[in-house]
Design a protein around this ligand. Structure first.
Ligand code: ZN
Length: 241
């Protein structure tokens, strides 16, 4: 299993690591700062740098689905023309993420938590990319674009600290209201669940990457509200021009 350094510190831009294996079109490392696609958040891209200065591009990251040998491993996906001869098991590398792209994911992702506080309805879909984010709410009432943009701006200006902690599965079972998302259930079977807390605003299980304070989100606006179905209202977020 890959040691997932981003779970404890989302601000890490690079780490030293060793190649474990090649599998499923990607490379498995013993530890990584690459967030793998999950919970609606896009996977990281970036580079592996070698001691001699050469670099290999990583196009995306995701959790291995097939690997029985390396269960739970993070796959760092390679371009089709990548030089696999550089990636022998045991080779030391520096794993570097495209930080500008990841920081956009973090700003959007943290904003989706603010939306959860502003819209008190269950979430039934989520997608976070570097250019936009969308969050689907299970509800019939209309939503107001300007009011939500204003609500986000207020919570950003109030500069609420953002932090994560781990709780036991028993504690989660005792507080079912913590699970806001209907489509994404927190991973079970590990004995503990990661919860994300925005001081005085939102608390829910989440394994994604977030900024450390809502002030770091900056200027984000609701660009669109769509009625996706009789029971679904979609809120689309974008960076302010
Ligand atoms: Zn989150």
């Amino acid at each position: 299993m890959t040691e997932e350094l981003f779970r404890e510190d989302a601000t890490l831009r690079e780490c030293s690591a060793r190649v474990v294996a090649l599998a499923e079109g990607g490379v498995i490392l013993d530890r990584t700062v690459f967030y793998p696609l999950g919970g609606g958040q896009a996977g990281d891209s970036g580079w592996l740098q070698f001691a001699d200065g050469r670099r290999i591009a990583i196009t995306d990251a995701r959790k291995s689905k097939e690997s029985k040998e390396h269960p739970g491993a993070v796959l760092h996906l390679l371009a089709p023309d990548a030089d696999l001869s550089l990636l022998l098991p045991g080779t030391p590398v520096t794993a570097q993420i495209d930080w500008a792209r990841r920081h956009r994911h973090m700003r959007f992702h943290t904003t989706t938590h603010l939306l959860c506080a502003l819209v008190p309805h269950p979430v039934d879909g989520c997608s976070i990319t570097a250019d936009y984010a969308r969050l689907d709410f299970h509800m019939v009432e209309p939503l107001d674009k300007e009011a939500l943009t204003g609500g986000i701006a207020r919570l950003v200006a109030e500069a609420h600290p953002v932090r994560h902690r781990w709780i036991s599965e028993a504690e989660l079972d005792a507080n079912p209201g913590l699970v806001r998302s209907m489509s994404v259930q927190p991973p079970r079977g590990l004995g503990r669940v990661r919860v994300l807390e925005i001081d005085g605003v939102d608390l829910q299980p989440c394994g994604g990457t977030h900024v450390a304070n809502t002030a770091e989100i900056g200027a984000i606006v609701v660009t669109k509200i769509e009625k996706k179905s009789a029971m679904t209202r979609r809120v689309v977020l974008g960076f302010a021009a």
